[in-house]
Design a protein around this ligand. Structure first.
Ligand SMILES: [Zn+2]
Length: 170
């Protein structure tokens, strides 16, 4: 294990002591440390651009799938409002096989209002909020690659319906 100095600060979050971190790691709820974050994974909610998909609906759907809470770390509504659902080093539930080494960011939408097909439906507010959030996370985890869910191996779905690596080449 890397020699951390406690309290360990990641962003604005504090892990007060080593024992608390290790307890979380052992229970499977926390990653080993900041160096575990190798990917920042962008998702869409795969809902139509003309429909609301609120945090409450998202929470209900993820609980129905057996998750303790929302599987993504961050969710961005069409208004550009950003909500956080997991701590930064908490293991998420958003990318099979990659949850222990990534953070998940999801925007509301991803399906065309016209025909329900996959589409980049981000509003200007969402684009700006996503950019600001990813820049912030990139500063905290400079070695992490920004990728779309579909860029991960074995992922057949079009999520998040735009070329993340072209837009965020860091
Ligand atoms: Zn996804």
């Amino acid at each position: 294990m890397i020699d951390y100095h406690f309290p360990l600060i990641v962003g604005e979050e504090e892990t007060l002591d080593e024992r608390r971190l290790l307890t979380g790691v052992e229970s499977g709820r926390m990653m080993n440390g900041p160096e575990s974050v190798r990917f920042l994974v962008v998702h869409c909610s795969a809902t139509r651009a003309d429909r609301d998909y609120t945090v409450e609906q998202l929470l209900r759907d993820h609980r129905a799938r057996g998750f303790r809470t929302v599987g993504y770390h961050f969710y961005i509504r069409r208004s550009g409002e950003v909500t956080r659902h997991r701590r930064l080093l908490e293991v998420g539930a958003h990318a099979r096989g990659y949850n222990r080494c990534s953070l998940g960011v999801c925007y509301e939408g991803g399906l065309s209002a016209v025909d329900g097909r996959p589409a980049d439906t981000r509003t200007p507010e969402q684009r700006q909020a996503l950019r600001e959030l990813l820049c912030r996370l990139h500063r905290l985890f400079p070695d992490a690659l920004v990728v779309g869910h579909r860029d991960l191996p074995g992922m057949a779905k079009p999520c998040p319906c735009f070329d993340v690596t072209a837009e965020f080449p860091f």
